[in-house]
Design a protein around this ligand. Structure first.
Ligand SMILES: *Cc1c(COP(=O)(O)O)cnc(C)c1O
Length: 549
């Protein structure tokens, strides 16, 4: 008996050995075809083919660029772009003093301030106080500056990595998180501060990845997000090795197609994403529907309120949540929706706190633990930190805490009313008086985006003309559009904005030039297979330029 059994085992192992290659091959094919199947299911056949086409086209372009003539042409164009970018960002000329090594002896404060004056003078920059910027500076009042600087100075050297040395900073951070959790109607939740919206989002992606690995055994994580979600999700997914399914939004409502979101969910999905409100056009996703899917498939759901920050939670109390004539209506978006597992909220946007601060919140502290990094056996001692950074600026936490105390509930309520009323004035006026333009979706908050209705009007050209009048609007693609994120500073400039916009539309229609910075930079983007490749190169060069001393 025993001999027979041994022989059988031997035969089996010989069979496996002989066919190992085939078995491995079949496994690889099955595994990859399962991946391919999921991919096609999530994106649809058409998109998959388009992706394939773009991939192929890029290969072909890559090959074509190896020919000297073609390469020469591209290099010439790139060189032109480089000179233009450098001219805009880096002060030119022999009289520009460049500080490329340490001064032999230290300088005094008078010299330092004088040199800063000189540097401010090198390149003409817009005066943000005129209110002609979309977003960027959210409060801009002198009173706020004083609060921030005073708090910053007091806690200048502090670092929450050493809570025993700086106990007040620890307390302030915990209280900032607690106040935000209450604003988002979930006082029993948990969270941490981070250096900004991008870090909040990347931490949430990591948290959900590690949670899904521990609880669901997912080793090839995927996330599903609407095309209107912030690029920080893609950035985080790229850093962390996670696959992203980007689902198109409806051209009219600007909300994600829920059927396609559902189709993209599979057993590897770790989280879904919705925004309240999204950056491109200021609309909010259907968080209730997303949450239902998240509960059904036991995935996470991150609601991105980085931009909505301290506006969305105050819309109801401001009496603005029911909209006007069926427009601008606010839908549920916070932790009161069961299924929402995380919310990011930027204190440094409509919270008016100093730049470099944001809050990431979770449904409970058990989920938050997946964000932590803990190394019990490091040579330097037990090491544990809550987020990406090790040392962190306690001064920014103090600045944020001070601003929140200074504003209070009433202050944020008033600013919500002011800012959202400004956005609605803009949207209503465009809809009523500029027939060439249309508002994208029905934005409930502070951001309004508009595109062109007609073939003879290039909206990006309108953006270029607005730039000449001192306006800094954001240019969007798919569809080409412009947006303005209203701030405390825009409120006083709304009449000028509307008058300038009307004139710019007329001008662009009367004499279309087909040129201009926005047109060349954003117009190229997605219209051809070459577009993204070239725009990518120019963008890389742009970053290089930032480091030219
Ligand atoms: C600004 C923004 C972010 C990213 O925030 P940063 O602070 O710039 O890193 C994320 N989501 C939305 C919707 C935003 O508007």
């Amino acid at each position: 008996m025993n001999v027979q059994r041994t022989q059988k085992a031997l035969q089996l192992s010989r069979f496996l050995y002989d066919h190992a290659k085939t078995i491995l091959f079949v496994y690889v094919v099955l595994n990859n075809s399962r991946k391919a199947q999921r991919h096609v299911r999530a994106r649809g056949l058409l998109t998959t083919f388009r992706e394939l086409y773009i991939w192929l086209a890029n290969r072909v372009i890559g090959l074509a660029l190896r020919f000297p003539a073609a390469r020469q042409k591209v290099e010439t164009e790139m060189e032109k772009a480089r000179i233009e970018i450098e001219g805009k960002l880096v002060p030119q000329g022999a009289d520009v003093v460049r500080h490329l090594s340490l001064p032999p002896a230290g300088q005094g404060i008078e010299w330092i301030l004088k040199e800063m004056d000189t540097m401010d003078g090198y390149i003409k920059s817009p005066n943000y106080k005129l209110g002609k910027l979309s977003g960027a500076v959210y409060h801009g009042g002198d009173d706020m500056e004083k609060i921030i600087v005073t708090a910053y100075q007091r806690y200048c050297v502090s670092n929450p990595l050493h809570p025993d040395v700086f106990p007040a900073v620890r307390k302030m951070e915990a209280e900032i998180v607690a106040m935000c959790l209450r604003m988002y109607n979930h006082p029993t939740g948990a969270g941490t501060m981070t250096s900004g919206g991008t870090e909040s989002i990347i931490m949430s992606v990591k948290t959900h990845r590690d949670w899904a690995r521990a609880v669901k055994g997912i080793t090839e994580p995927e996330i599903v997000l609407p095309a209107s979600a912030h690029a920080a999700f893609d950035k985080g997914a790229q850093y962390l090795g996670i696959k992203v399914h980007t689902i198109p939004v409806d051209p009219h409502t600007r909300k994600a197609d829920m059927k396609r979101i559902k189709r993209a969910i599979n057993s590897n999905t770790i989280m879904l994403v919705g925004s309240a409100v999204n950056f491109p056009d200021g609309n909010q996703d259907d968080i209730v529907a997303l949450a239902e899917l998240a509960r059904k498939y036991k995935t996470g759901l991150h609601v991105d309120c980085c931009l909505g920050s301290f506006v969305m939670p105050f819309l109801e109390a401001a009496g603005l949540s029911n909209g006007e004539n069926g427009k601008y209506k606010l839908e549920p978006f916070d932790f009161r929706v069961p299924g929402v597992t995380a919310i990011s909220c930027d204190t440094h946007k409509y919270g008016f706190a100093p730049k470099g601060t944001s809050v990431i919140m979770y449904r409970d502290s058990a989920l938050r633990q997946y964000q932590y990094y803990v190394n019990p056996s490091w040579t330097g001692g037990v090491y544990a930190s809550p987020s990406l950074s090790g040392s962190r600026p306690g001064a920014l936490i103090a600045g944020t805490w001070a601003v929140m105390q200074y504003m209070g509930h009433q202050g944020y309520l008033d600013s919500c009313k002011e800012i959202v009323t400004c956005a609605r004035t803009i949207a209503n006026d465009i809809a009523a008086t500029i027939p060439e333009l249309q508002i994208l979706g029905s934005p409930p908050g502070p951001v309004v985006a508009f595109s062109s209705r007609s073939e003879d009007l290039n909206i990006l050209e309108v953006g270029d003309i607005m730039s000449k009048r001192g306006w800094h609007l954001n240019a969007l693609s798919q569809p080409a559009a412009l947006h303005i994120a209203c701030t405390r500073l825009t409120v006083n400039a709304v009449d000028t904005f509307l008058a300038d916009l009307k004139d710019s539309v007329k001008e662009a229609k009367a004499a279309p030039s087909g040129k201009g910075t926005m047109v060349t930079l954003y117009g190229l983007g997605n219209s051809s297979a070459v577009g993204p490749e070239m725009v990518g190169r120019v963008a890389t060069m742009f970053i290089d330029t930032l480091y030219k001393a």
